[in-house]
Ligand binder design. Structure first.
Ligand code: BGP
Length: 454
């Protein structure tokens, strides 16, 4: 069995919006409740964000189960819409809940990794224009400041955003999320506002320095980019994709480095966002302490003709090789080698910044089919998937990359955006009829992996 060092964290991830549901305290609507009210049919089997895995009723027993398999750490998020249901006033019941929750993690020897924003833009904030609104950014900073001062003694690892571009691409360049527009100019302005919000939050974290041991980072989805073919066009497409979606934004968010290639590409189409010099100064000062990397599949960029490109990304598409190994349930290519490439890039191009895997996992439909006679889901496919990805992590650590942990998505089956409970990811199964929990086979394998550290 693979062997990691004793201090290597082996944990799992979930998020507030995907596990808490409406929960037990007041909560303002997020873009997902908005979407559900308008377009229920878009969600798999019509299941919305109202109950999800009912974590607020179950967290004590869930954390206990996670401690039984010796999980070192749990990555999840605070809900902005729960702490500030109307966007302005703090809800004391919610404040208490997160204290209880963190206390329970500590009691179970589980290190909490807490994120401020996991896709769950409050509805009021979305209506004001999301990250293009100064009011929204200022409210986010107030919320972040509260979190750092209130919970810093219990949380060592804070992150500002989870996969920050994902909801922007889904909401402003496609039809996945609210507000369902497709406009690169608006998308770029949103991305700029998000970067500014992140930079301001990091700045306040440093200035206030409430708890000296706490660290600040960001969780970024790096679907490592390769050119689909060796053609010059595909190579250029990969470079563009990298500049807009992967390394370009990651360099800014992690180290405040703005890539000239990206700026020149934006200028070609007069696509630079509105900015001020003083904002750029704040952005350039950013230096996070660590990175969380989410990885599910690689992106193979290919050139595509477009009659009327609005920006250079309109000439980029994704292709999957005919012989790729696939997770057919999710339609995602399985390519563990990318984790090695990511680890090396972080070592060589990001000054060997400390990093961990924030999410990696395999979503499978109809897991009932794999139930054994004792009722346990025998998810050998998940064990195989995780083993192959962890092998690459081990290999890149041996090459000197500064990786300090791995979080499988997910600790327990979670609700997902639009897909609801179609693809299950958990080490722990959730029975949606009665909210009963049960370990899958992978949970026991994971426990052995954790115990095997030395
Ligand atoms: C990531 C998100 C997670 C989780 C995961 C699995 O992008 O950060 O919240 O949902 O993807 O993807 P999905 O739920 O779409 O299958």
């Amino acid at each position: 069995m693979l062997k990691f060092s004793k201090d290597f964290q082996i944990g799992a991830a979930i998020s507030a919006i995907q596990t808490e549901g409406a929960g037990l305290t007041k909560k303002g609507d997020t873009i997902f409740e908005m979407q559900y009210k308008k377009k229920k049919a878009e969600f798999f089997e019509g299941i919305g964000p109202n109950i999800t895995s009912d974590f607020m009723r179950n967290y004590k027993t869930d954390l206990k189960m996670l401690s039984e398999i010796k999980l070192t750490s749990l990555r999840t998020s605070f809900s902005w819409a729960r702490l500030y249901p109307d966007g302005k006033n703090l809800d004391n019941e919610a404040v208490k809940y997160y204290h209880n929750y963190l206390d329970e993690c500590i009691k179970n020897n589980i290190i909490p990794h807490m994120c401020l924003f996991h896709f769950d833009m409050p509805a009021w904030a979305s209506e004001l224009g999301g990250w293009s609104s100064e009011v929204v950014i200022e409210s986010f900073i107030k919320y972040a400041d509260f979190i750092f001062s209130e919970y810093g003694a219990k949380v060592k690892y804070f992150t500002t955003f989870n996969e920050p571009l994902n909801p922007i691409v889904g909401g402003f360049l496609g039809d996945g999320f609210e507000p369902y527009v497709n406009d690169p100019r608006l998308a770029i302005q949103q991305a700029y506002g998000m970067i500014l919000a992140h930079a301001k939050v990091v700045e306040i974290f440093r200035e206030k320095n409430y708890h000296k041991d706490s660290k600040i980072g960001i969780v970024f989805d790096w679907n490592y980019t390769y050119p689909f073919s060796e053609s010059e066009n595909d190579k250029y497409s990969a470079k563009i994709f990298d500049a807009y979606i992967n390394k370009g934004p990651l360099k800014i968010l992690a180290q405040g480095v703005i890539d000239d290639f990206l700026v020149d590409s934006l200028k070609k189409y007069q696509m630079l966002p509105k900015y001020t010099k003083s904002e750029i100064e704040i952005i350039k000062k950013v230096k996070v302490d660590f990175l969380g990397i989410n990885y599910y599949f690689p992106k193979r960029a290919a050139y595509v003709e477009c009659n009327n490109p609005r920006f250079e990304m309109d000439n980029v598409t994704q292709k999957i090789p005919a012989d790729a190994i696939m997770n057919v349930h999710r339609g995602w290519e399985i390519y563990p080698q990318a984790l090695y490439d990511i680890g090396l890039a972080l070592k060589n191009e990001f000054q060997n910044i400390p990093w961990y895997i924030g999410e990696c996992g395999m979503g499978v439909q109809n897991e009932d089919l794999y139930r054994d006679k004792n009722g346990m889901i025998n998810d050998d496919y998940r064990i195989d998937f995780l083993e192959k990805h962890l092998e690459q992590i081990k290999r890149v650590i041996d090459m000197g990359s500064n990786c300090f942990g791995f979080h499988v998505w997910a600790a327990i089956d979670c609700w997902s955006f639009r897909n609801a409970y179609k693809n299950r990811y958990g080490l722990i199964e959730v029975n949606l009829k009665n909210q009963e929990r049960r370990f899958k086979k992978s949970a026991y394998w994971y426990k052995k992996l954790i115990e095997n550290r030395s």
